[in-house]
Write a protein that binds this ligand. Structure first.
Ligand code: GLP
Length: 267
């Protein structure tokens, strides 16, 4: 695992977007795992900007989102499908048929989960998986006690998740209590993981996820097992990390990061 600390939330999001853009240019058929949540909004803003300003091409790329609420149709303004359409898919030249999210309204949810896993395999597996982190440490909707080898399945949402995500729901929609989520095992099979966290309210959980013991109580700790996981945080979210000085040295000195040190285009 490597940790990169950027001066502010927008610079952190821009770095994530630049890494994705680099990988997409190197492999136009990239299979990209996507995430939702407020933190990701700026990443999608930067990707759309790069599509417009420097012709970043999504035409051959496939995407798989981590999760979707059970019971919300794609047309529902609170669904993650709607979020993705609004913030990314409608704004770039991606083929809608190449954008995949679990169907939270499927008649047979278990069959839907199995089909999602098969589709990921048929597409050759996920090359780069973008991840946020919930305040209680979940990745996707892998709530406390999610098995570290779990696959895509239906998961009941924990009270802290319900409380954290409720403000995103408008009054007309009751927040679902369950979601389909890629499993921790599914996520760990991706070629590279990029976890983005910003803001002081993520500082404590980032320290536990990165420097704490691996536990199914905090599914993000499983990323310590991944051979190529980059955690990108802003100063505020880095606040509780013990080894900040070491992480800063790596970003400032290791040659692989040279091209990324001076990004400064706000979105
Ligand atoms: C939801 C998503 C997670 C995401 C989390 C963080 O729970 N299922 O994948 O990491 O939100 O959200 P935010 O960025 O709004 O803090």
């Amino acid at each position: 695992m490597e940790v990169i600390i950027r001066p502010n939330a927008d610079a952190a999001a821009q770095l994530v977007a630049q890494i994705i853009a680099h990988d997409l240019r190197a492999n136009p058929k990239l299979v990209l795992g996507l995430a939702t949540g407020r933190t990701m909004e700026s990443v999608y803003c930067h990707l759309v900007r790069m599509h417009r300003e420097s012709r970043l091409d999504f035409s051959l790329c496939q995407t798989f989102n981590l999760d979707e609420y059970v019971g919300l149709a794609a047309s529902d303004a609170n669904s993650y499908r709607h979020y993705m359409d609004e913030l990314l898919f409608n704004e770039v030249n991606i083929d809608p048929r190449n954008t995949h999210l679990p169907d939270g309204c499927a008649a047979d949810l278990d069959a839907e989960c199995a089909a999602y896993e098969s589709l990921i395999k048929r597409c050759g597996g996920i090359d780069v998986q973008l991840l946020g982190i919930g305040r209680a440490g979940h990745i996707g909707f892998n709530e406390p006690l999610s098995a570290l080898m779990s696959r895509t399945r239906v998961k009941a949402l924990a009270p802290r998740t319900l409380a954290q995500n409720a403000p995103q729901f408008d009054v007309s929609t009751r927040m679902p209590r369950r979601a389909i989520t890629m499993g921790v095992g599914t996520i760990l099979e991706s070629g590279r993981c990029l976890l983005l966290a910003t803001g002081a309210e993520k500082a404590e959980i980032i320290a536990k996820a990165v420097e704490g013991p691996i536990s199914s109580m905090i599914s993000a700790t499983a990323l310590q097992l991944h051979p190529h996981c980059t955690v990108i945080v802003d100063e505020a979210a880095a606040g509780a990390l013990a080894e900040q000085e070491y992480y800063r040295w790596i970003f400032e000195n290791e040659p692989e990061w040279a091209a990324y040190r001076h990004l400064a285009t706000p979105c």
